[in-house]
Structure formats: C-alpha cells, structure tokens
Design a protein around this ligand. Structure first.
Ligand code: Z57
Length: 839
C-alpha cells in the first residue's frame, strides 16, 4: 500500500465505527438512529416499511466498506473485468441475501427480535426489483452472486426499468396485469452516479469527411440524444470482501427543458421531448421467448449497450490504459442477442470516436465479445426490419453491411458456389422484407458461442446455428446453467440448510460438491426423519399461506405436485391439467377409489398478448374451481393457482415441493433453472429428456428421477412422419374422456366454447405433442403416486437428489465461463483498515 494520502487519513478519522460494527447492541443503535435520522420518524409513527428501510440502510452502511475497497483495489490493479450485458436482471429482494452474504443474518435477526419486531415481516416489506421475465434474467442474477463469491472483478450492465415485470392478479380465474411500481417507496440499495452519465445518439444520418491527417472518416449526425444515468447496486460475494457492481442505466432528457422551444412559447413541446427521452427505460417488455419487434425495444437495447460501452472506455482511460488494450481489460458476455448491437457499437466507438482502422477495431471487437444463446424457438430469434434499423441507427447499419461483406467473402472462400448457404448466413435476411439477423451478427462478432445445457448446445450445432458451427467449429461450447445455493438453499430453506450444516459444516455453501458427504446419511433413519420433518413443516407453512390468502384448505401430508414457471405451450402446463382431469374423472366414476392425495400447485405469468397462455391459466383455475369444492373427491385432489409468481414467492414454493414438473416437449426448453432449485431442495422430478433435465437425471441417478416421454430425436422423427394428434385422441380412452369433459363445458358453467381454441389446437395441430406424450405421462404419474406412499423410500430419494446437485451451483458455471471463455482470474480484495491508517 502506498503512503496514505491526506484524504485517506481524513477518511480514516472521519469513518464512523458505528457504521461497521455488527454486534447486536451496535445494530440496534444504528437501527434506531436510522429510524430517526433517515426515515425521519418517531417510533410512535413508524410503519413496518419504515423499520425495513432503517434496517436496509444499516446493512447498506456495512456493505460500503467492502464496496469502496473493492472499487479502489480493482482500479489500482487495473484488474481484468467481466462485463455481463443483459437486458434483464431478476435480482429478487436484496435484504436477506445481503445479510447471508455478509454473514450477519443471525445477529441482525436477533437484534430485531430483541426490539420486539418480527424479522420475517421486515424482510417481506421489500418490493422486489422484478427487472426480468424469467429464466434468462434470473440466471443473470445468480451469475452476479457467483462472480462476486468467486472474487471475479465484474460489472452487470443493464436497464433500470421504472416498471419491471407486471404484477399478476386473478379475476374470475383470468390473468389481469397491474404495473409494478417497485420504486414507489424508494430503493435503499442503489446509489445514483450522475457524474458518470453518458450521452446516447439516436436517428439522423451519417456524413463523410477527411480529418487533419487526410483520412476518410464518418460522422454520425443524430436527430435525438438522451442521457444515460447510472444507478449502482453493490453485489456482495458470500463471505468474502468482494462487492461488485450492478450498473443499471436510466434514460433522461439531456436538458430538462428545451429552452429554444420554450422561448418560442411552446412550453408543452419542450416538456414532450423530456417525456419521450425518459420513455426508453420506462418499462420492461413482458415477453419471454418472443420478440416484440418494436422500435422502443431496439432503442432500449442500443441505449443500455451504448451507455455500458462508453462507461468501459471511461474506466479504461481512467486507469491509464490505451484504447488498443480494450480486450485485455474487458471480457463482455452477451446475454442472448438482446445486447448484440454491442458489436457494431464497439466498432463505431473504435473507428469513429477513437480513430482505429477497421482491422484492428474488428480484432479487438471479436476478442472482447462472447455470446450465450438461450433458445431454439424461432419466434425468439431477434430480427429487425432494415428500414427501422437504418432510421434509428444509420451508422450501425453501415457497419453491419461492412461486417457482412467481409464475412460473406469468408463464407465464399470456405464454401464456393453455395448460394443457399450464403443466403442463410448473411447478417441480412433478404428472403422477403429485409431484416437484420441479430443471432448471425452475434455469432460472427464473438470469439465464443455457448448454449446453456449439454443437449441444447448440441442441438444448436445441429439446427439454428448449424451453418455457423460448420464455419467456426472452434467457437462453440457448452456452459450448463447453474443457480446460487446462497439464495436458493441458505436463504429460502434455512431449516434444511441448518440440518446439512449440522452434519458436514458449512463449506458446502461455497463448494456445493461437498454436499455429497451427506450421501451415506440417506440410509440413516434418524437423518431421514429429520429431513422429512423439515419438509413437512415447510409444507405446513405454505399450506397456511394458501389458506390465509386464498381460503383453500390443503393437506400438508398430500403430495405437493408443483409446476411454477412462465406459462407457455412448450412448457405444457396443459399436459399437467390433462392428468388432473384424468384423475378427477376416475374419482368421479369410482368414488371409493383411493389414490395418493395430491395438491397441484401452479404459478406463473403469461405474456399479456399471448392469448393461448392466458387461456391455459383460465383452464387451471376453472378445473381448480370444480375440483376444490367437490365432496366426492374426499379431499384427495386440490388444484391451486398462486398468483403473481416472482422471486419472493418462488422462495416459499421450492422448499415446500415434493414433485417438480419439468415436462416440456423434448428439444424446446434450452435448460431450465427452476428444475435445479427444486432438486436442491429435495423435490423429485417428473420430466422429459429436455434441457438440463438430462444432466440432472445423470447426476441424481435414473432410479431417483421419474422420466417419461419422447426424446428430442423422436419428436423430430414423429413430426417428419406426419404427426396426427387426433389418432391419439381416438386410440386412448382416458385421453378422449379428459378432453371431452373439458369440451363439454363441465369446467366452464356449460360453456363448451371457452376452451375450444386450446382443445382444437391440441386435436388438430399439437405442435408440442401433448397427445403423443399423454399416456406415458399418466403412467409415470401413477408410478410417482405409488412411490410417494412409501414415505421412507421417497425421503431417501429426495435426499439423494438434493445432495447430488453439487454441479448445478452457478459457482461451477461461472468457474467454467472464467477459465474457458473470459480468461479471467479471481482477484481477492483485501480491505483497507482505515482505523489503522488513521490510528
Ligand atoms: C428466457 O427466459 C429464456 C430463453 C430466452 O430466449 C428468453 Br428471450 C428468455 C430461458 C430459457 O427458456 C430457459 O430454458 C433457460 O434456462 C433460461 O433462459 C436461462 O438460460
């Protein structure tokens, strides 16, 4: 360490020890101080939310020593840094997670309880930042946790949406959306950095000029500019000093008033421009796996990417590094194609703003970027009409054309006289209306391309990215997704975590592989009893919540059969419903039939414009309405749709689940990550050979996994053969019975038309092959039911599932990204002891 500067010394003496102390008495003092001085409330007027804020601020105070220390250390050592570019970060509530990662959960809980406050009520006050749709955004959040926990210098770059994913209500069993006003009561976790704001150009035209060295240059003359203002959130690693940054950009007007317009007397016109600028970061597009194709969405993508790249150039310069060293300082990961505009934008900055020539700029760009693909669904592959693109980003379109010219020459060289291949690989789709193909752009511009599970990565090479694989086989790899055990075990399932720690210590939380030391205990009856008692008590808690919030009584001893995820036809929530209707029908026909009592729990949001998904929700709730109040069923079946699935709610659901439904049509779910959260918490999976299910089954053992259904190659073969869903309906009486019962209006007050679009699609198209998999699913569920009735054997399987999930920690995923893609090493941070410098 250098000699402390006068500022260091001043800081050291000014630093308030009260703001770092974590003993119970200090926490209580800090809490009461914050209530008074930050919330400005006497105890007599304080709300639960005031208490939450007072607590959040004392936690934030205790994070700042690490955050500042980390920033200072990275800057001094010019540490190589991962920049994770993502249009979504689905962080979930911060408070509990920060307490866990800082290692002060217990003293803080005790301090609050000693003040007479209910700690869980305080945690529940936090409005979660729902800045993502589902798996892709939550993966980004798990990856930030692991990057920090592995002490890897990194920044998450994204958009600070004012309205995150909508809140879902149910009215008459239908989804209705409400805007998510998550910032309403303030956000204690962010720090705005207006001094690092950047300007982003939009629209206009380009012109050429020759510079003072007589070189031909291009200038972009925009017709609009917006300001990007960074809001930073600290991301703590687990039990390390590292605190990385999530930097989210808010769009603002550059001048809050356009005085030229104002002075002409057009006050309203002046304000209009401010409103238009702020629109860019106003709202998250609520589509999972479907492109919106809207200009505002492209504006969002370019906005956050341009802000982030400009920010990297500022950092580079601040560390005295040359522009030519950009790829040495930064490794950029593109989370899907949403930030793929980074390729032409980085080229533009290097060429037009920093004066590099094409070949050097292109080398730097390719050495910097890497691309993760998250889907094979054609409707999710982004493409932008060339006209729209050129109007918004005229310079980028030129650059894309130039990248394309050079790229297609390469293709011609490697594959002479293959016009069809050229047309498929071109960055521009010219088969009809012209489009810019973002996946092609990402592939050409990146040094590495990865899928998110082994099967998905193989299918990518065989299907959507086949041509690119044939040209650049060395670019392709797999990085199977993972989830953070800090949030998904320690925070959400404290009792199970405590049980595990009581037997093997707490190293498993950082080294999840070490869970396998528990394996022998699966054969220990005492351990099984403890495990089962915990599962039962967590199920009782969820049952209580369901009763209080929805007035439905469910039996905690019944099998909790759970499907929670976005509502989508390929995820086949309606296959689950066909099973429920089949059981219902059997019980109605034979009221003395004894089945394994089940509670079916669904939760998930439908994209607001996805009518079939909304109808699937209505089908679940309609079946639930009939089933739940039918005395003939003797409480053997309950069907619950829990509204507003989000991170907060999911944390209460995974630990209370017995059976995890992972029943997508094989070949359609890229990975899935909920599947991992369930298994870690001791749920058994019923699933197809899709996404990461394949690897989960390998890890936990085929004998501990309920497999059914067509494989991905069988799905392709059956389609090629001319799949006829109607013939399955005719051949399988139970299937016919279930479909006929729904079609009769039995679950819709006699309205036989309500579910007709859904049933017709199944009978006459069935693109996701529910009818082909129906019988196998029913048979497999029968096996599940029988297995559950042997509680001891079930618990043994549950334990083996959980303790064999070590490789699905996002720590493993991130370690692989670091070594294989980013070539970045951990950089442990030592904290400056200001007290000693000053002392
Ligand atoms: C999204 O959540 C996923 C893929 C997408 O293309 C978009 Br857009 C959103 C999901 C996949 O469906 C999951 O299978 C996967 O686990 C997740 O991304 C994370 O990779």
């Amino acid at each position: 360490m250098d000699t402390p500067s006068p500022v260091d010394v001043a800081v050291s003496t000014a630093l308030d020890k009260e703001r770092t102390a974590t003993d119970i008495e200090s926490i209580k003092r800090a809490f009461l101080n914050n209530l008074f001085y930050v919330q400005g409330k006497p105890v007599s007027l304080a709300t639960q939310h005031d208490y939450y804020m007072a607590l959040a601020y004392l936690v934030r105070d205790r994070m700042l020593h690490r955050w500042n220390g980390t920033a200072e250390s990275y800057t001094q050592h010019r540490a190589r840094t991962v920049c994770y570019l993502s249009a979504e970060f689905l962080m979930g509530p911060h408070l509990g997670n920060n307490l866990i990662n800082m290692g002060i959960y217990e003293p803080v809980r005790q301090a609050m309880e000693e003040l007479g406050l209910n700690f869980d009520t305080l945690l529940a006050q936090e409005e979660e930042p729902g800045l993502g749709n589902g798996g892709l955004g939550r993966l980004a959040a798990c990856y930030l946790d692991s990057l920090a926990s592995l002490e890897v210098p990194s920044v998450g770059y994204g958009i600070r949406y004012e309205f995150g994913i909508f809140e879902q209500d149910l009215r008459d069993g239908w989804q209705v959306e409400r805007t998510d006003k998550w910032l309403r009561y303030g956000n204690p976790w962010e720090v705005v950095r207006p001094e690092w704001s950047v300007e982003v150009k939009l629209g206009g035209y380009t012109e050429t000029y020759t510079d003072d060295q007589d070189r031909y240059r291009v200038r972009w003359v925009p017709d609009r500019e917006v300001l990007g203002v960074p809001y930073d959130t600290p991301i703590l690693g687990y039990q390390v000093n590292t605190a990385n940054t999530l930097r989210l950009w808010k769009a603002e007007a550059i001048e809050s008033f356009d005085f030229a317009v104002f002075n002409q007397g057009n006050y309203y016109g002046a304000v209009e421009q401010k409103v238009a600028s702020e629109n860019i970061s106003k709202v998250l597009y609520p589509n999972d796996e479907k492109t919106a194709g809207k200009q505002l969405r492209l504006e969002q993508q370019f906005f956050f990417v341009s802000c982030s790249l400009q920010d990297m150039f500022r950092i580079l310069k601040g560390q005295g590094m040359a522009v030519e060293q950009f790829h040495e300082k930064f490794a950029i990961q593109l989370n899907d194609t949403h930030p793929a505009i980074a390729a032409p934008e980085l080229m533009r900055l290097l060429l037009d703003e920093h004066g590099l020539d094409w070949s050097l700029a292109w080398e730097i760009t390719q050495k910097t970027l890497a691309y993760t693909n998250h889907t094979l669904l054609p409707e999710a592959l982004e493409k932008w009409p060339v006209s729209l693109f050129g109007q918004l980003l005229p310079r980028h379109l030129q650059i894309i054309y130039e990248i394309n010219n050079r790229f297609l020459d390469l293709v011609r060289m490697k594959f002479p006289k293959d016009a069809a291949r050229l047309a498929r690989m071109s960055l521009i789709d010219e088969s009809g209306d012209r489009y810019v193909r973002m996946a092609n752009l990402a592939c050409v511009s990146s040094h590495t391309i990865n899928g998110v599970a082994a099967l998905h990565s193989e299918l990518l090479k065989e299907t959507v990215l086949r041509d690119f694989y044939e040209l650049f086989p060395e670019k392709f790899c797999n990085k199977t997704n993972g989830v953070t055990p800090r949030r998904w075990m320690v925070l959400s399932n404290p009792r199970l975590s405590t049980l595990i720690t009581s037997r093997i210590g707490d190293r498993w939380i950082k080294h999840l592989d070490e869970l396998k030391a528990i394996e022998p205990l699966a054969d220990d009856a005492g351990f099984r009893a403890e495990w089962r008692a915990i599962k039962q008590s967590v199920k009782r808690e969820l049952a209580g919540r369901i009763h209080r919030q929805h007035g439905i009584l469910v039996d905690p001893a019944s099998l909790f059969d759970v499907q929670v995820k976005r509502i989508h036809e390929y995820k086949r929530q309606h296959l689950n419903v066909l099973h429920i209707v089949t059981l219902y029908s059997q019980l109605k026909q034979n009221p003395s039939l004894d089945i394994t009592p089940r509670t079916f729990i669904f939760s998930g949001k439908a994209a607001p414009g996805y009518h079939m998904a909304k109808l699937m929700i209505k089908l679940v709730t309609a079946v639930g309405d009939m089933v739940n109040r039918d005395p003939d069923l003797r409480n053997q079946l309950k069907v619950i749709f829990l509204p507003n699935y989000n991170v907060t709610n999911s944390q209460r659901i995974y630990p209370a689940s017995d059976l995890s439904e992972q029943i997508s049509t094989a070949g359609f779910e890229a990975s899935g990550t909920g599947n991992m959260k369930f298994a870690m918490n001791g749920a058994l999976t019923i699933g197809t050979l899709d996404g990461a299910n394949v690897e989960i089954r390998d890890a936990v053992g085929a004998e501990n996994f309920f497999l059914f259904g067509l494989t991905a190659p069988e799905v392709v073969a059956l389609k090629a053969d001319g799949y006829d869903p109607y013939s399955y309906y005719q051949r399988h009486p139970m299937l016919k019975d279930a479909i006929d019962l729904i079609a009769s209006g039995h679950f819709s007050h006699g309205d036989g038309d309500l579910f007709k679009p859904l049933l017709d699609k199944l009978l006459y198209h069935d693109p996701f092959m529910l009818l082909a998999d129906y019988q196998a699913y029913i048979d497999c569920q029968e096996t599940v039911g029988r297995a559950y009735s042997d509680a001891d054997s079930w618990t043994r399987m549950a334990i083996l599932n959980s303790v064999r999930m070590g490789s699905f920690s996002s720590d493993r995923s991130i370690a692989e990204y670091c070594s294989d893609i980013w070539k970045v090493n951990p950089f442990p941070v030592g904290l400056v002891d200001y007290g000693e410098i000053g002392g």
